[in-house]
Design a binder for this molecule. Sequence first.
Ligand code: PMP
Ligand code: GLU
Length: 397
Amino acid sequence: MEKLSRRLATLSPSATVAMNQKTKDLQAQGIDIINLSVGEPDFNTPDHVKAAGKKAIDENYSFYTPVPGYPELRQAIVRKFKRENNLDYKPEEIVVSNGAKHCIANTIMALVDAGDEVIVPAPYWVSYADLVKLADGTNVIVDTTIENDFKMTAAQLEKAITPKTKALILCSPSNPTGSVYSYDEMKALAEVLKKHENVFIIADEIYEHINFVGKHVSMASFEYLKDRVITVNGVSKAYAMTGWRIGYMGAPLWLTKACNNLQSQFTTGASSIAQRASIAALDSDPSVVEEMKKAFHRRRDLVVNMVKQIPGVKLSIPEGAFYIFPDISSYFGKSDGKTTIKNSNDFSLFLLSEAFIATVPGSAFGNDKCIRISYATSDEKLVKALNQFREAVKKLK
Ligand code: PMP
Ligand code: GLU
């Protein structure tokens, strides 16, 4: 007899993780699929970080870790926030978790009660909406447009806030669109939030370093908001460490205490080895991150130029992260003689079977006109994949 809790019965699996798995299964069967589905750097973790992990094993870092993270790691995070974001956090205002995803989950569980509203600009990263649902909160989705580079305006934010609003989740640079809020755009949102003192801001800054247009703007840098901002970041994207599973947050003490309580019941402290390696990562020479950013920038240009040549595809030029989010809705209603494309899911499946490339349908991110393509892979594979894309859509009439 299957009898899931009501809570889990309605929870969908992460579409990005599921698509990645499906692709790996097809590849294991010998099918030559180019995987542009998952968002993870294709680089290896830098050598000095790997060395720190190996050293930690040899030095017997094999015992339970403090729930909020080793003091040395929290100190390194405090230094990082000061150096790179000019943010002052104390070590006790930092919690280290099993990835930034875990920090976001902890925060939502700690903040959101049944009936609370959480504003989520769409397109949004898959997990936000499901985590809010898991906490019995209500997602208030604010649709943005490709014409505005998928960015929420201050007027849209103002309109979405109600007396029930508990939090806003903002991601810049954004997954899935690659959009980056400029200082002025961020300030305009901050000015709205200033007036609404009961609204918390979960600032997902995991793509901070993959920004091709200028300096990253942290929401917490607006001093009048700082005690309502939860700054989420991690080592996955900046240091090519997705599998090490280390994320961290800076937040007011009452909230970090609550997250520690939750974490002490759910998972205890994050992996000892990965934490030691993360200290080395966060104290790295900036050139480590700069090199990867340069490669992503070059690939962004490559991908944008190639996608522009594909008829019927509309694109906003992403300024950060490693995704493009093209609008492919002009193909809706067209058919290759076998399938008629009705939505982003059909289009993504068409690309999988006819172009042998894995993408993620926009519906998973709250926009059914688009698909997400991750360009965190080699230039050669990108060129091959996009040539196959261009050839495949010729079959759609
Ligand atoms: N936020 C966003 C927007 C992401 O794309 C990711 C990547 N999965 C995460 C958070 C979580 O990153 P991680 O758990 O690997 O630190
Ligand atoms: N952030 C990545 C993505 O969106 C990793 C997968 C996930 O954690 O959902 O593809």
